[in-house]
Ligand binder design. Structure first.
Ligand SMILES: Cc1cc2nc3c(=O)[nH]c(=O)nc-3n(C[C@H](O)[C@H](O)[C@H](O)COP(=O)(O)O)c2cc1C
Length: 352
């Protein structure tokens, strides 16, 4: 298996399985002399960690981060920064009944076909747990970006058919649904709990806003900023699509409606979502990602076992009825890693 590494001038390599001893990440290419804010790092981990959000799985991991290298006297040294997060609250016996069955919608069948062996305990490496390592790395990238005046915030704008119509960013963390609209957040919570009661799951849309990005990040041909962000976001399990600015709505617009005109005060609109020609234009970057309903549901479904026999399956275990609220910090993390990577490519590590 390859491609466990993401990034160019700044890269992360993640390792570990959901029910193994630990998961972790090696961050390579960080600038030196940066003081890591461990409180902020813990806060980001808590936003993703299972057991913390009442709308998520009941697996209760402490997700304590241990930094093994790359930091001296609280500051990054520029050497590889390795982090491990121990797995403490796993219950592999919950998964034994599906060790020979392919869960519909999950990665079991494709992993079996590709590798001939899979760690079925909690989904192994295809588990959402792998993203804890990304959040740890992303939190450090985000702190470095914050110091450069760049802010990244993600939030749920849709769960099932409930759509947030407001963008009150200060209310996002007040409700477990992580929506920027209090009224919608309460309805989203009900929607998720109803899906859970029905032994089913539900999907949604997460939006991400990046402010303070200077014009000039992203490479204009194959490494367009949109392409890099799409790679980052679509590498998160359960994401099924991404759109920038007006996104798919642009297909039904005229050029006169979609173009962002300019005068001497700058751009007069932001239909492009902050990127033209693959390069940031200095406006806020705005994108949305569609998140599918969680594959693991406890309704009876049809599937095959590894010998090819038709079987019924009811997926037991502790699963998120909706992945959206927990994916929010993962989207922020992957965005931070991508933006900081493009920054280092353009300005250098310890430069401007
Ligand atoms: C934070 C997070 C939590 C997740 N929790 C679950 C879960 O509880 N149950 C599940 O079946 N899938 C969960 N997933 C999604 C699976 O990892 C994903 O569906 C699976 O790897 C198959 O990949 P695909 O959906 O991209 O095809 C989670 C993903 C993330 C990012």
């Amino acid at each position: 298996m390859n491609a466990n590494t993401f990034g160019h001038s700044l890269s992360i390599t993640t390792f570990g399985e959901s029910h193994g001893q630990a998961i972790g990440v090696v961050i390579d290419g960080l600038e030196s002399g940066f003081t890591i804010d461990t409180e902020h790092l813990k806060e980001q981990m808590d936003r993703r960690r299972p057991g913390k959000n009442p709308l998520g799985t009941s697996r209760d991991e402490s997700d304590e981060v241990t930094i093994l290298s790359g930091v001296f006297e609280g500051k990054t040294t520029g050497a590889p920064l390795a982090i491990i997060i121990e797995n403490k609250h796993h219950r592999s016996e919950d998964y034994s009944q599906i060790s020979r069955l392919f869960r519909p919608g999950h990665a079991d069948y494709t992993w079996h076909k590709k590798f001939g062996i899979r760690d079925w305990r909690g989904g192994g490496r295809s588990s959402g747990r792998e993203t804890a390592a990304r959040v740890a790395a992303g939190a450090i990238a985000m702190q470095i970006l914050n110091a450069k005046g760049i802010e990244i915030i993600a939030y749920c704008i849709q769960i099932g058919n409930i759509i947030a119509t407001k963008r009150d960013l200060h209310v996002i963390r007040l409700h477990p649904a992580q929506a920027p609209d209090e009224e919608a957040a309460i309805k989203m919570e009900i929607e998720i709990n109803e899906a859970k009661k029905a032994c089913d799951s539900i999907g949604g849309i997460v939006e991400c806003l990046v402010t303070g990005v200077p014009a000039g990040l992203g490479e204009p041909v194959f490494d367009k900023l949109e392409a890099l962000l799409a790679h980052a976001i679509l590498s998160i399990g359960a994401t099924k699509g991404i759109e920038f600015g007006e996104g798919f709505k642009a297909a039904s617009m005229r050029g006169s409606q979609h173009n962002d005109q300019m005068d001497d005060s700058g751009f007069l609109s932001n239909h492009a979502g902050g990127i033209n020609g693959g390069i940031s234009n200095g406006q806020p970057i705005l994108f949305r990602t569609a998140v599918k309903p969680t594959a693991s549901i406890s309704l009876p479904q049809k599937t095959l076992d590894i010998s090819g026999n038709i079987r019924d399956i009811v997926v037991e275990g502790r699963h998120d009825p909706c992945i959206c609220p927990r994916i929010v910090p993962v989207v922020e993390a992957m965005t931070a890693l991508t933006i900081l990577d493009t920054w280092y490519r353009w300005y250098g590590r310890n430069g401007a």
